[in-house]
Design a protein around this ligand. Structure first.
Ligand SMILES: Nc1ncnc2c1ncn2[C@@H]1O[C@H](COP(=O)(O)OP(=O)(O)O)[C@@H](O)[C@H]1O
Ligand SMILES: [Mg+2]
Length: 596
């Protein structure tokens, strides 16, 4: 990726190098000025009237010019390097999220996605920091070597005296970092803990209030704050003990240089200018030594981070298009589950176990079963969120693994049982699967989902931005928006996974009655109440991952004791206005609270 930003990067590096060399050159020039144009022993240093000679002016001008150029270059290379780092950062982020979106649902089942994302964020930051730091460090290294060579060329023993305290600076700095860095992790972790407490309190404010648990939550918060404070104090303490040493070691070096160097000057072994240059270099050399350890550590961290980033990149999606996959074009909508077996995890239980069902195009089928019997799994497999372990699922006779995922997901619209909205406008939420849809079509879809009236009554109507995850809407309103979202894409096969459970029966009836107008050929209603089941041509009873019975509602009710039992357990006390006998004893005395 660095390659993409090569020009900017190497350009900046070149500028940095020139700027650093300028920095090294200044003490050398001052030395030449002092010795060549100022010192009394200089032949033509001072004019007879005591004014500054032309030669001295020459040095002054050069030094000022170098200083100015250096300033400009420094600004330029810093901009260039940071810019490169941010470019790489945004590339990495885009690539990473792109990759995350290709990963299969099984990955998100296994992983705590929030953690993956925050880890990826801090990993990217640490790589980015190193990428900014490493080039600067290498340029500093060059500066260091050039300075040392220059010093050695003037006087070897004085050079040795000058660099004597440097290892001390490095060691003390290392000790400080060894203490502070584990602490900085702790600080980070505890800050995260604290924001989790805050987060939960804000998101769960209704639960907190309704159980009058404010006091307990405040105590939790205070505990987290105390723990954070401990780590903060320890950090400051470590810094307070080490920083004076780190700051004073260079002064010790200066003392040594001035003492020994002063003696050398008096002895006539080095010039005053050289002594000045040495004192300047001693100060200049501290910086690389102080940062070198930091550099090594950042390097280690960046490597670990890069490894973790690659780990995500190396995770292969499990559900992929076959190389010879063909698009599923305008299927008529017949569905076949042929002896399907499926488990979510290799070591998990069989969720579907020899599940077989045939649904013809144009049929409306209700799937009924206990909670956890695998109903939602059937919907997920049909849209190929997961691949079956055994058997096959076919649409119009084509195995879903042989068609492209894109065309499959266009053909199969699944409205999940947990309505999820994005924090965008309602129009944006409805048009999520068909971006750029004209407003009349969005409104039509909303009307069919019985959402138009409540949306129109909002202050901003369709442009109203829903709160985080749609919590500004009621459960039933959210369900209607997700229904409209699916209706707008006009899928050939429509699966409503308990997607009308939070609606009033009358509203549900209106939606179900208009379902055919949406244009779906085949409709699967995963249902747990009579009113929904009544809208279907046929009922399929699922138990233990297989089809236990299939037929008309009243047939099943008469012939299949488990059906009556399941319905009883699911509960439904609402009257339903179909022509079936309604005096079934199994239906009596049930309340909505029995529902899951
Ligand atoms: N993502 C998942 N990972 C592991 N197990 C799952 C997952 N989703 C559902 N299950 C399990 O599979 C079984 C069937 O779930 P599901 O199809 O959602 O049931 P239903 O919709 O009929 O209530 C349950 O036992 C459930 O715990
Ligand atoms: Mg379910």
């Amino acid at each position: 990726m660095v390659l993409a930003h090569r020009i900017l990067f190497f350009g900046s590096m070149a500028l940095a190098l020139i700027a650093m060399l300028g920095q090294v050159a200044i003490p050398a020039l001052v030395r030449a000025a002092i010795d060549g144009a100022l010192a009394p022993q200089a032949v033509d240093g001072v004019t007879p009237d005591g004014g500054l000679s032309n030669r001295l002016w020459f040095f002054v001008v050069i030094i000022v010019a170098i200083g100015v150029v250096r300033g400009v270059l420094t600004a330029a290379y810093r901009f260039g390097l940071y810019r490169t780092a941010f470019d790489i950062d945004s590339d990495l982020r885009t690539l990473l999220y792109e990759h995350l979106t290709t990963l299969s649902f099984s990955f998100f089942d296994r992983t705590q996605s929030g953690q993956v994302i925050s880890r990826a964020n801090s990993d990217i930051r640490s790589v980015q920091m190193f990428l900014t730091f490493a080039p600067l460090m290498s340029v500093t290294g060059v500066m260091f070597v050039v300075s040392i060579v220059f010093m050695l060329s003037i006087h070897v023993p004085l050079t040795i005296v000058a660099v004597l305290p440097l290892p001390g600076v490095y060691l003390v700095g290392k000790r400080l970092r060894d203490q502070v860095f584990p602490l900085s992790w702790i600080v980070q972790a505890r800050t995260a803990d604290m924001s989790t407490v805050v987060d939960e309190n804000i998101n769960g404010v209704r639960v907190v209030r309704s159980f009058a648990a404010e006091r307990a939550q405040i105590n939790e918060m205070a505990k987290a704050a105390t723990r954070l404070r401990w780590a903060g104090v320890r950090t400051v303490d470590a810094r307070a003990r080490h920083n004076p040493i780190i700051e004073n070691l260079p002064r010790l070096g200066m003392l040594l240089v001035l003492t020994y160097g002063g003696w050398l000057v008096i002895d006539g072994q080095v010039t005053e200018g050289s002594l000045f240059a040495f004192t300047a270099y001693v100060t200049m050399l501290q910086a690389p030594f102080r940062t070198f350890g930091l550099f090594l550590m950042l390097g280690q961290r960046a490597r670990a981070s890069a490894d973790r980033i690659y780990e995500i990149f190396d995770t292969e999606p499990e559900v992929v298009d076959r190389p010879d996959a063909v698009p599923l074009v305008e299927p008529s909508g017949s569905i076949e589950f042929d002896d399907v077996s499926f488990r979510y995890r290799d070591d998990g239980p069989l969720v579907l176990d020899g599940f077989s069902i045939q649904i013809s195009a144009g049929e409306t089928v209700a799937i009924v079963g206990r909670t956890g019997s695998g109903k939602s799994t059937i919907a997920r497999l049909l849209a190929r969120f997961y691949d079956v372990d055994d058997g096959a699922i076919r649409i119009d006779g084509a195995d879903v693994r042989d068609v492209t995922q894109l065309s499959l997901r266009h053909a199969v619209g699944v409205v999940a049982d947990d309505p999820f909205l994005f924090s965008v406008s309602l129009a944006g939420n409805i048009a999520y699967g068909a971006p750029g849809s004209p407003r009349p079509e969005i409104e039509l879809a909303a009307k069919r989902a019985d959402a138009h009236d409540f949306i129109s009554s909002l202050p901003a109507g369709y442009d109203e931005v829903v709160g985080e995850r749609g919590y500004t809407l009621s459960g039933g309103q959210r369900q209607r928006v997700t229904l409209a979202r699916a209706f707008l894409t006009k899928p050939r096969i429509l699966v409503l996974d308990d997607a009308t459970s939070a609606l009033d029966v009358a509203v549900e009836q209106r939606i179900l009655d208009g379902l055919r107008e949406v244009g779906a050929a085949t409709i699967i209603l995963i249902a747990h109440r009579m009113s929904t089941i009544a809208a279907a041509d046929r009922v399929v009873l699922v138990e233990n991952g297989r089809v236990l019975a299939s037929g008309l509602h009243h047939q099943l009710l008469a012939s299949e004791p488990v059906y009556a039992e399941v319905l009883a357990n699911l509960g439904d006390d609402e009257p339903h206005d179909d022509d079936e006998p309604d005096d079934d004893p199994a239906m009596a005395g049930l309340t909505t609270e029995d529902r899951r």
